[in-house]
Ligand binder design. Structure first.
Ligand code: ADP
Ligand code: MG
Length: 357
């Protein structure tokens, strides 16, 4: 039967996309400036993520894949000012439960040698061996869901769509990660290795988008830069208590910036750029259907029917949203969302009005 550990793991790792999300975020958290994602057979056979980050300390080998182990959170207070992606220590432990999983890791002081770590399904360290390695960490996920036949079948059936979903997410990480070189490849059985895309360690998101979508795409985009403040006392439902709170709190309107690159508000422009829309909150790729809708509504008011290219990073206080609402952390709850979206639409319309068409 399925263990509780397997069932809970299946809520963090729901598909190919969540595997890649967790591993790439771990690499970014480890300070990597180079991240290579290698699929075999669209990820059905293996998913490997290699980085050149700080590596794993020998003292952590035993605990790294145990449930709720994390090296990233030292006090509860850290939660609100969290700078790292990870903080719950569930990804590696879940991958142990749901795949044939191992890690190779090497720290700067290890020279040309690294350590291969093998784990039991429970996440307990099974054994270590010395292997040749470059500085950084390689995480290898083999035969995802091998022990959950229904999920595995589902994955095999939908692999084309799953693989495209993964690429879209990796595109988003590659475009937002300034100074990080990305490469994504896929090796089909008996086929040749194809490069899905790659970026250089560009100093700007502009350079990243150019690498992923081409120089023509970036040339057709205009800079997005919205800047406004949100008054917390406007929040529906936050009435008396907010108004009666201390003066510092009351005057504490929140600064919001929305930065990125978007299609011009010009009819026919959509044909110049790929149909892609990427949204981020504080540089974290996330699903924001309501934000997407707000952007698209403004474009529609310019009679633009083709889907515009949108790359938008919403930068705001960490207290203004909640990440910790779904196990996969992709669903973000923006507080004051209705008011925020109104301000986004207003400022976007202003930006367009000021734009020389
Ligand atoms: P979390 O990211 O929430 O801490 P994970 O299960 O994703 O939990 O990872 C557990 C721990 O493993 C991390 O806290 C980190 O110490 C270590 N780790 C995972 N991936 C890497 C990596 N690529 N490089 C260095 N350390 C890593
Ligand atoms: Mg993590």
């Amino acid at each position: 039967g399925r263990s509780v550990h397997q069932i809970q793991s299946g809520q963090v790792i729901v598909d190919l996309q969540s595997v890649c999300k967790e591993l790439v975020e771990n690499s970014i958290d480890a300070g990597a400036t180079s991240i290579e994602v290698r699929f075999k057979n669209n990820g059905l056979d293996t998913i490997e993520v290699q980085d050149n980050g700080g590596g794993i300390a020998p003292a952590d080998y035993d605990t790294i894949a145990l449930k709720h182990y994390t090296s990233k959170l030292s006090t509860y207070d850290d939660l609100s000012s969290l700078k790292t992606f990870g903080f719950r220590g569930e990804a590696l432990s879940s991958l142990c439960a749901l795949s044939k999983f191992h890690i190779v890791t090497a720290r700067a002081s290890d020279g040309p040698k690294g350590t291969k770590l093998d784990f039991e399904q429970s996440g307990k360290l099974k054994g270590t061996s010395v292997v040749a390695a470059r500085q950084g960490t390689i995480v290898v996920v083999e035969t995802l869901f091998y022990n959950l036949p229904v999920r595995r079948k589902e994955l095999e059936k939908n692999i084309k769509r799953e693989y495209n979903k993964v690429l879209a997410l990796l595109n988003a990480y590659a475009c937002i990660s300034v100074g990080v070189k990305f490469s994504v490849t896929n090796l089909m059985p008996k086929g040749k290795k194809t490069i899905a895309f790659s970026t250089n360690a560009n100093p700007s998101t502009r350079g990243n988008i150019s690498n992923v979508y081409g120089a023509k795409t970036i040339a057709a985009l205009i800079p997005l830069d919205l800047d406004f403040r949100m008054d917390p006392s406007n929040r529906p439902g936050a009435t008396q208590s907010a108004k009666n709170s201390s003066p510092q709190e009351d005057s504490g309107s929140r600064k919001v910036r929305v930065v990125g690159h978007i299609s011009r508000p010009v009819v026919g422009e959509g044909r110049q750029t790929p149909d892609r829309q990427m949204f981020f909150v504080n540089s974290r790729p996330c699903n924001l259907p309501q934000v997407a809708k707000a952007f698209n509504e403004v474009y529609k008011s310019y009679n633009i029917t083709q889907s515009p290219f949108i790359f938008a990073d919403i930068q705001l206080d960490t207290e203004a949203y909640d990440v910790n609402v779904s196990p996969d952390k992709r669903t973000i709850m923006l507080h004051d969302q209705t008011a925020l979206l109104e301000r986004v639409k207003e400022s976007l319309a202003e930006l367009f009005a000021g734009h020389d068409q």
